[in-house]
Design a protein around this ligand. Structure first.
Ligand code: 2IP
Ligand code: CA
Length: 402
């Protein structure tokens, strides 16, 4: 059994429980939806609750991984810092304390003395999460602890999380928005090469029980290391086919390949890229919220590709899904590098895989960890070639990006 992967899964499940608690427990829910106007803000109220929930989940993951694998916590990275400064210049560091009571009293300080909310949150932070995953028990790959680091996105698609729509209808299985687009992302990469090796995607709001109206989550994991490639989907009935199009050739009749491929992208995608994607995919071009969720659509084989040309996804968005895609025989590439090679008539012999150990040169803050050249996520190497060929041909020549 891979101990680390099991621990990542457990941490993601704890995070998912906290995310659900914040929506389902009244004391927390009121804070989540509360928008304080500047003049209403208490000077002691250090931050808005959404940021606190994000930071806390990140700290829980760090704490729980470090407890099991001492030292690893130093290599857990994410978007958030756990230091808050209030308008009076006082600093507070949010972390998981040794006992539930201590965590509650620390949280109470950040929550403007709201004792009920602090207690609820501390309970969720300190609860034991027991889970079983029979498929994972069979995994016997061990990855060297001294050469790994972890990228965490505690709550991806924060906007959908706050909005909280639970009744959005999926289109061809894909949720364009809503709570289903919220994911917890935990990815492990090798410090020396920057390659992703393990990933967990936890979808805290996957299914709503029609009777209790409570949400059930769903998790996905993948491991790709030293020739071992294993993914949770390979064990679920009727799923986990490496690629539904794998045995099919590009049909000669559809000379342009039109509508043969399905892709998902962001509503923030540029006009030119959208134009080219529509040419290739026609009605099979979908929009969905959440970088993690869009990757999940590729992993679940609901679409063949996730394409995005902008630089607004980050290492914490892509590391976990990237590892899972690799375990299925796919991957995630730098889109601008792919286009550059095509424009120079170079075949993609060496694929420009996204890497996780190096910063964007000269960038500051979160942008240091942006996927600067955009991305393309895929499940099948063979179809990637064909798809990219069609896609790039359809990009207007004046706009072959960068
Ligand atoms: C966001 C979130 C957004 C996504 C953006 C991410 O992360 O996944 O949904 O934009 O790239 O950085 P889009 O949905 O347009 O793809 P977070 O919610 O954690 O800020
Ligand atoms: Ca994110």
């Amino acid at each position: 059994m891979s101990e680390i992967l099991l621990e990542l899964l457990r941490a993601s499940e704890k995070a998912a429980c906290i995310a659900r608690a914040c929506r389902q427990e009244e004391a927390l829910f009121q804070l989540l939806i509360e928008e304080k106007k500047d003049d209403e803000k208490n000077k002691k109220f250090l931050t808005d609750f959404k940021t606190l929930a994000d930071v806390l989940v990140q700290e829980v993951i760090k704490h729980d991984l470090g407890k099991k694998f001492p030292g690893l916590e130093k290599n857990v990275r994410g978007e958030e810092t756990n230091e808050f400064t209030n308008e009076l210049g006082e600093k507070i560091i949010v972390n998981v304390c040794p006992t539930e009571e201590e965590t509650a009293s620390l949280l109470q300080k950040v929550l403007d003395n709201n004792q009920a909310a602090a207690k609820s949150l501390a309970r969720a932070v300190h609860q034991e999460v027991s889970l079983t995953d029979v498929a994972l028990d069979a995994v016997i790959v061990s990855v060297p602890l001294d050469n790994i680091a972890v990228w965490v996105d505690p709550i991806d698609s924060t906007y959908q999380y706050i909005k909280g729509s639970g009744d959005i209808q999926p289109e061809k299985g894909i949720y364009p928005k809503g709570l289903q687009c919220v994911t917890v992302l935990i990815g492990v990469f090798l410090l020396d090469t920057g390659h992703p090796v393990m990933g967990v995607i936890n979808q805290p709001f996957a299914i709503k029980d029609p009777l209790t109206l409570r949400w059930k989550g769903q998790w996905y994991w993948g491991l790709s290391y030293m020739g071992s490639n294993i993914c949770s989907l390979q064990f679920s009935a009727g799923d986990g086919k490496p690629d539904s199009k794998a045995d099919r050739d590009l049909p000669q009749s559809t000379v342009s390949g039109k509508n043969f491929y399905a892709a998902v992208t962001s509503s923030a995608e540029t006009k030119d890229v959208l134009g080219a994607l529509s040419m290739v995919c026609g009605e099979n071009l979908h929009f969905a919220a959440g970088a993690g969720y869009k990757c999940l659509c590729v992993i679940q084989d609901l679409v063949d590709f996730y394409v995005f040309s902008e630089d607004t996804t980050f290492k914490w968005d892509s590391c976990a899904p990237h590892a899972i895609l690799k375990s299925l025989g796919g991957g995630m590439l730098d889109l601008s590098e792919c286009i550059k090679s095509a424009n120079q008539n170079r075949k993609l012999c060496v694929r420009p895989h996204l890497l996780y150990n190096s910063e964007v040169h000269g960038a500051k803050g979160a942008d240091r960890w942006a996927n600067k050249g955009g991305l393309v996520a895929y499940r099948s190497e063979q179809h990637l070639e064909w798809f990219m060929d069609l896609f790039i041909k359809n990009l207007s020549s004046s706009n072959k990006l960068h």
